[in-house]
Design a protein around this ligand. Structure first.
Ligand code: FAD
Length: 553
């Protein structure tokens, strides 16, 4: 019997993991990986940190060499070999050897496409000027480092406020550059809701990064060796270097030319076993469209975790095993100067975009661990869930510590179809330096579950007070004096029982405190005395974020 020949296009996240798993499952197969770049299996996620000098040695970014693939896995890797055609009828690909220009053909029994995505270079005037870079490959980071060094760069403009843009901004600051981030949306970190992105913006500004929001780039000009970034509003941001981080586009040219189906979002269309419409061709990673695990919509979510998992699933299918991809939740985290911002599942924005109205949300601001143990840091947490049955839809968290743990727990709960009732019951590890006997995840579940049970009716900050309602601030008078929401009356929680007579019974009473906890206690008290009380979740801290996010400069 002849050996099965598996050919893989692209040898980084999806392609490398597919190749290695194919070997683990089939010792006899012939496995060939082709990559047009000079490296395979490199850590593109580490590139911003190499630019910033946090990862000093470029070699650390190389996770596996062609020699390692050969010696350990008996996998042949050819770098600087571009796959230029797929002949589906003959089951052959055309390959161009980039060093020599020579071409050859390779047959395949199974073909896996993992060509990734290319960084978008918008067709704007001046976009090809020297000093304007994207960050996708090791040669990119090498060129950026060389440009900074050779030109003694002191300032940078980063176009795009997503996670690659912000990681680059931080790392350029580490290199001593003054940095401006220009973002077309009116917030940084697009996967987050605006009020959750606000603390990230403030943190960047605190570290000296200038943020220009709500303004698209119109073009680039070179003046005396510096690059001027012109925006649609007419503003100008000048830097010695410009980084374009405005997103990626799936690499589909090869698939398209071969007549493979593309989806509505422009990625290669595959089924849940990562099969294209051709029974011999699989596709994985940034190049494919995936189902959003929460909304069920087709989407493009370029992340390393899904690419790796998809590579494994394709390998399973090729080697005769059944396994399926569950869709993507978009679980992601970004660090900016000791602050982490993470999210999983749907945001409020994405639910609204998908026309989903059966949802409710809570905001809370618990500490990452008990307050009495030194070093507790607040976490700004938002949980979205279905109103009808409590199913968790998504979560976002921002804070200096413990953010990853909370979002990972909630991400796992979402994968298992969990509800807010599961979160309130979740048993999580606790000792004073790590968490609380009631973890922030439990708190989020409890607040949400209490609201669904009718024990804790929640008001919506964005509707901000119907005329018929009374707004009551239940903090202490000194806190109230320091600042409160216009129109609020102060009735401190500790005096509430004695002063019930001051509150109307024929109107809704909207309560708030600093973070929502005293407001909850007050709501329970008033509800049991027959009042129509609602609490504003997350208290004044959430109000301030929503207000700042909607009045941003
Ligand atoms: P890639 O890793 O892009 O690999 C595709 C390979 O295919 C490339 O080497 C390319 O040269 C090759 N190729 C393309 N076409 C051909 C062809 N015709 N012939 C031969 N070879 C071809 N994700 C996270 O989850 N967390 C992070 O923190 C994170 N940080 C990131 C930071 C940066 C700066 C970047 C750029 C990405 C980051 N990502 C992160 C995203 C993550 O790296 C990608 O989602 C992941 O690498 C996608 O894997 P892939 O196999 O689909 O494509």
């Amino acid at each position: 019997m002849s050996r099965k020949k598996i050919v893989i296009v692209g040898g980084v996240a999806g392609g490398a993991s597919c190749a290695a798993r194919c070997r683990r499952l089939d010792e006899t197969a012939e496995i060939l990986v082709l990559d047009r770049g000079p490296y395979v299996s490199f850590a593109n996620c580490g590139l911003p940190y190499h630019v910033g000098g946090v990862i000093g040695d470029e070699a650390k970014l190389l996770l596996a060499s062609p020699a390692l693939f050969r010696d350990r896995f008996n996998i042949e890797v050819r770098t600087e070999h571009e796959v230029v055609t797929i002949d589906r009828a003959a089951h052959e690909i055309g390959v161009k050897e980039l060093q020599t220009g020579r071409t050859c053909r390779e047959s395949y029994d199974a073909l896996v496409l993992s060509p990734g995505a290319s960084a978008i270079r918008p067709p704007l005037p001046g976009v090809d000027l020297p000093g304007i870079f994207v960050v996708r490959t090791i040669p990119d980071s090498r060129q950026i480092r060389a440009w900074i060094g050779n030109n003694a760069a002191k300032s940078a403009v980063v176009v795009g406020g997503g996670f690659v843009g912000l990681e680059m901004a931080e790392n350029l600051v580490h290199r001593g550059l003054s940095v401006t981030v220009v973002e077309m949306l009116d917030q940084v970190m697009p996967p987050l809701d605006p009020e959750m992105a606000r603390p990230v913006q403030e943190h960047l500004e605190k570290h000296g990064v200038k943020i220009a929001l709500g303004d698209g780039v119109a073009g680039f000009e070179s003046h005396g060796g510096r690059i001027s970034v012109k925006t649609i509003s007419g503003a100008e941001h000048v830097g010695d270097i410009v980084i374009l981080a405005i997103g990626v586009r799936p690499e589909t040219a090869l698939a398209k030319a071969a007549g493979l189906e593309l989806g509505t979002r422009g990625g290669i269309r595959v089924d849940d076993r990562m099969r294209t419409g051709d029974p011999r061709i699989w596709a994985v990673g940034d190049a494919v469209e995936v189902r959003d695990a929460v909304t069920g919509e087709w989407t493009l979510i370029p992340l390393a975790g899904p690419a790796n998992r998809q590579g494994r699933i394709a390998a399973d299918g090729i080697c005769g095993r059944e396994s399926g991809f569950r869709g993507v939740q978009g679980t992601a985290i970004c660090g900016v100067f000791d602050l982490a911002a993470a999210s999983t599942g749907a945001s409020e924005k994405s639910l609204q975009r998908a026309g989903i109205t059966d949802y409710e949300k809570v905001h809370l601001h618990p500490a990452n661990h008990v307050g009495y143990y030194p070093g507790a840091k607040p976490i700004n947490l938002k949980l979205l869930f279905r109103k009808s049955d409590g199913r968790i839809l998504g979560a976002q968290a921002v804070g200096e510590a413990g953010v990853d743990k909370r979002i990972d727990v909630i991400a796992t709960a979402i994968q298992f179809g969990g509800t807010v009732f599961d979160l309130e019951e979740a048993e999580l590890c606790y000792a004073p330096q790590f968490g609380g006997a009631k973890d922030p995840v439990n708190f989020a579940g409890m607040i949400a579950a209490n609201s669904l049970r009718g024990d804790h009716p929640l008001a919506d900050w964005k509707q901000m007070l119907p005329e018929s309602a009374v707004l009551v601030d239940v903090r202490d008078p000194d806190e109230f004096e320091e600042g409160h929401i216009p129109g609020a009356v102060n009735l401190p929680l500790n005096e509430l029982r004695a002063r019930l007579g001051e509150l109307p019974r024929d109107r809704e009473i909207w309560l708030y405190c600093r973070v929502g906890q005293r407001g909850y206690y007050a709501a329970r008290l008033l509800l049991q005395h027959g009042f129509r009380a609602k609490n504003l979740p997350g208290g004044l801290l959430t109000y301030d974020l929503i207000k700042a996010a909607s009045n941003r400069p």
